[in-house]
Structures are given as C-alpha cells and as structure tokens.
Design a protein around this ligand. Structure first.
Ligand code: NAD
Ligand code: DAU
Length: 334
C-alpha cells in the first residue's frame, strides 16, 4: 500500500507519518510538502532514513509537479493535510489560503481523477461549520465558515465532495476539532502559551478568554484518520472530536498551573476579528465505524507540556525565524 501524504512536514501530518510507519511496517509513504514557514523536516528526523518513507519538496499548486508525482509514485491512497492553517494569518493576508487551500486542493482532485486513486481522504476542520452556542455539529449540518481560513477550508471540503458526487472520485472527509500535541508550530495557542511562559513572557489571551474549543490529542486524530481510511464509507464525512471543551481561560490556567505560574502572566489583548465563540462535534458516526478518542485530556496535556519543555531547541529556532516577523506584524498593529 502506498500513501501520498500532503503537508506531512506540518503538525498533524508529521504525527500521522510517525503513527503510520510505526503501525504498518509494509506501508510506503510519499510526503509531498512545500515546506512553508510551518513545514519542518525536524519533525521527521527519526524517519528520514526509513526505507518506507520518501520526502518530496513541492507545492500542491504546481500542476506539473503533482502530475509527475502521480505518474512516478502511483499512490493507492492520498491523505491531504497540506494547507495554510492559522486563522490570524488568514485575517492579515488571506491570499495564500485561497491559493493553497482551494486551488491546490483542486489540482490534487483533478490529478487524482486523471490517474485514479483507491481513496482520497480530505482533511477538513470543525471550523467549516462556524460557531455553535449550544449542542453539537453533525456531519449533515450546513457550513457557515466565518474566517477567510475556514471559508477556504469549507470551499475545499465542498470541492472534494463534488468530485465524489460528479466524478465518483473515492472521497472521504474528516472534520476534526482542535488538535494538541508535539510538533505544533508555536503560533497556535497551546505551544505559544507554553513557550512564552518558558521564555518568561506573558500570554496574550484574546477578548474575554471565554471562547470555547474542543481539544483532541493529535494521536487520537491520527487513529481517527486511520479508522476512516480503512473502515469509512466512500463519499461520507466523519467528525473527529475530542469531547474536551474548555474556555481559553480554563486552558490557560491549566498550562500556567502545570508550569508553576499564576494568572498574573495573562495579558488580555484585543479580540480576534470574527472570533468564533464555540466549536463542538457530534462523533456518533465515527464511533459506528470503530473509533473514539482514548487519551484523557489531563494526561495528554501533561505529556504535551513535558514535550515542549524537553524540546526547547525545536521551538526556539522557529520563534527566532519567520515567526518573529509575524508576531511583530500581529502585535505591532494592535
Ligand atoms: P500545519 O500548518 O502545521 O502544517 C501544514 C503543512 O502543509 C506544512 O508542512 C506546510 O509546509 C504544508 N503546506 C502548506 N502549503 C502547501 C502547499 N501549497 N503545498 C504543499 N505543502 C504545503 O497544519 P496542521 O495543523 O498540521 O493541519 C493539517 C491539516 O489539518 C490542515 O488541512 C488543517 O486545516 C487541518 N486541521 C487542523 C487542525 C488543528 O487543530 N491543527 C484541526 C482540524 C483540521
Ligand atoms: O478547530 C480546528 C482548528 O483549530 C484548525 O482548523 C486550525 O487550523 C487550527 O489553527 C485551530 O484554529 P483555532 O483558531 O481554534 O486555533 P488557535 O490556536 O489559533 O486559537 C485557539 C483559541 O485560542 C482561539 O479561541 C483563539 C485563542 N487565542 C489564540 C492565540 C494564537 C488566544 O487567546 N491568544 C492567542 O495568542
């Protein structure tokens, strides 16, 4: 079995590659990644010499490159993670989000249609549904994305679905909630807050801190994607949620407490534009095909914090590079 993984040098993609190579010794992986600011080959150092793993630097928007890869590699499955992923950056400059998330996905769909594929797993997000005050989103609910990021992801999600309906391309879609774990780029709230505290800085909490996210340990998501890939029905959509709802203030206090700090480290800052209040997913459909999250939030958060403590060089390097420029732009304008 050969898997073409796009965006495998990012947070979830690299965790997924480690997971698959560990679980399926006869699977081969081709990782196509552009290595944008958040694509990081340090995440894959342990597997770079694994004979079942191959890295190709390339852009999913490059039609010739994508065609060449399908021609040479003849993948059985594609798991499409590659995307621009940070909501705040999509507010500052949406162009790259439309290009990669919409046009890049379209190029992958067209190429898969041309060459044929056994399964095309499109990685979507709970943010495509928009915000929900009460209850939980089900897969058939309408999509009401609120940021340029989530609108671009909703567009790619719907394009993928249309390639199933119109061309019978064997699409499956997962929509997951907020992941946490090792290798997450330190612009996202959990690694940003942990690393800020370790650097002796304050943590910038948006608005009132009352917004709610549903957190899932990244390995639970990897297992969810694996289950959907092997047991999911073609043409279907599966929510992959952690069932751990926390306000951002609750989450911040957990991190502060674990690192022996108090709330004086919090700096309340101006809210994110269009900030979604709450995400929550109904996961009954994924449960029916044999998946549910296994990790307890308390344990997995402790492990995650310990990983960032033990891997300071990993995030320090990133914070010194491109991230510094972004952070200046983000907060310089406030
Ligand atoms: P990430 O930002 O950490 O990684 C994205 C990866 O895609 C990087 O390695 C980057 O180099 C690569 N990439 C970007 N543009 C590319 C292009 N044009 N061509 C080839 N590669 C490109 O993202 P992540 O958090 O790992 O998210 C992975 C996927 O999961 C995304 O599709 C995201 O929308 C989705 N998702 C993420 C979360 C989450 O909590 N992180 C939750 C739900 C869904
Ligand atoms: O829900 C899935 C989504 O989760 C994915 O589709 C996105 O790719 C991923 O980035 C993530 O989006 P969020 O916007 O929820 O994640 P982020 O870490 O940016 O923010 C989480 C919450 O924390 C959100 O309510 C905003 C808040 N926040 C974030 C940052 C970066 C702060 O209060 N301060 C911050 O500095």
């Amino acid at each position: 079995m050969k898997l073409l993984i796009t965006g495998g040098a990012g947070f979830i993609g690299s965790n997924f590659i480690h997971y698959i190579l560990g679980k399926y010794p006869d699977y081969k992986i081709v990782n196509l990644d552009k290595l944008t600011y958040c694509g990081n080959l340090d995440n894959l150092k342990e597997v770079e010499n694994n004979p079942n793993y191959k890295f190709i630097k390339g852009d999913i928007c490059d039609k010739e490159k994508v065609t060449e890869i399908f021609e040479n590699e003849k993948p059985d499955f594609i798991i499409h993670f590659a995307a621009e992923t940070h909501v705040d950056r999509s507010i500052l400059d949406p162009y790259a989000f439309i290009k990669t998330n919409v046009l890049g996905t379209h190029i992958l769909l067209e190429t898969a249609k041309k060459f044929g594929i056994e399964r095309f797993l499109h990685i979507s997000t709970d943010e495509t549904y928009g915000s929900i005050e009460n209850g939980k989103f089900k897969e058939e609910d309408i999509l009401m994305p609120n940021s340029p990021y989530s609108a671009s992801k909703a567009s790619s999600d719907l394009l993928a679905r249309s390639y199933f309906k119109t061309f019978s391309l064997p699409i499956i879609i997962t929509r997951s909630s907020n992941n946490y774990g090792p290798y997450e780029y330190p612009e996202k709230v959990i690694p940003l807050f942990i690393s800020n505290i370790l650097e002796g800085k304050k943590v910038p909490l948006y608005g009132t801190g009352k917004n709610i996210r549903d957190w899932i340990f990244v390995l639970d998501n990897c297992e969810g994607i694996d289950t959907v890939l092997h047991n999911g029905e073609i043409g279907e959509i599966y929510n992959i949620g952690g069932g751990n709802e926390k306000t951002n203030l609750e989450l911040t206090k957990i991190i502060l407490n674990e690192l022996g700090k108090d709330e004086s480290q919090i700096e309340y800052v101006e809210d994110r534009l269009g900030h979604d209040f709450r995400y929550a997913l109904d996961i009954e459909k994924a449960k029916k095909i044999g998946w549910e999250p296994k990790h307890s939030f308390e344990e997995a958060m402790k492990k995650t914090i310990a990983w960032y403590l033990e891997n300071k060089d990993w995030w320090r390097k990133l914070k010194q590079e491109e991230f510094g420029k972004y952070y200046e732009k983000q907060y310089g304008e406030r």
